[in-house]
Write a protein that binds this ligand. Structure first.
Ligand SMILES: [Zn+2]
Length: 159
């Protein structure tokens, strides 16, 4: 599943990329490339009531980025694993490349370098990612979101 988010939804887009979902921001010229590279339709994420052009659009109900993320995760039943969490640059949406520590010397703090064998590098903006303590918190948070949604469905007799 791939997304195209309105420009105002930058923080939501960032989180979707952290989960590993290809998400472009409308009107960003630097993201045109990844739009053209990919085939297949994207789900348009919008806060506007009026449907933005052709294609499938999802109208978000909240203005809060974390609430929006909950909505999208629950609605589209998004899943993720350790590999997907470090598969995409949160800033420019590019697929990350796994590199050994030797390649990121000087670009990450020494204590981080010592503690990890593999790093993930963005080929476009050169940002370096590694699994940190936020990974565990993120997983817990997301598991909670999905669980709450299933309970609500059971209560409503949808299951
Ligand atoms: Zn990047």
């Amino acid at each position: 599943m791939k997304f195209s988010a309105e420009r105002m939804l930058g923080r939501l887009a960032k989180w979707l990329r952290i989960l590993g979902y290809d998400t472009v921001l409308e009107g960003r010229p630097d993201m045109k490339v990844s739009l053209e590279e990919e085939d297949g339709p994207r789900v348009i994420l919008t806060r506007r009531r009026k449907k933005p052009g052709p294609g499938h659009a999802y109208l978000l109900h909240s203005d809060d980025p974390m609430e929006q993320l909950k909505e999208v995760v629950a609605t589209f039943r998004l899943t993720f694993d350790d590999a997907s969490l470090f598969s995409r640059c949160s800033v420019c949406n590019r697929a990350l490349v796994a590199v050994p520590g030797a390649e990121v010397v000087g670009r990450v703090p020494d204590y981080v370098l010592a503690g990890h064998g593999t790093f993930y590098c963005c080929p476009l903006c050169r940002r370096v990612y590694w699994p940190g303590s936020h990974l565990g918190r993120m997983k817990k948070w997301l598991a909670g979101v999905l669980e709450a949604e299933e309970e609500a469905e059971e209560e409503n007799g949808l299951k």
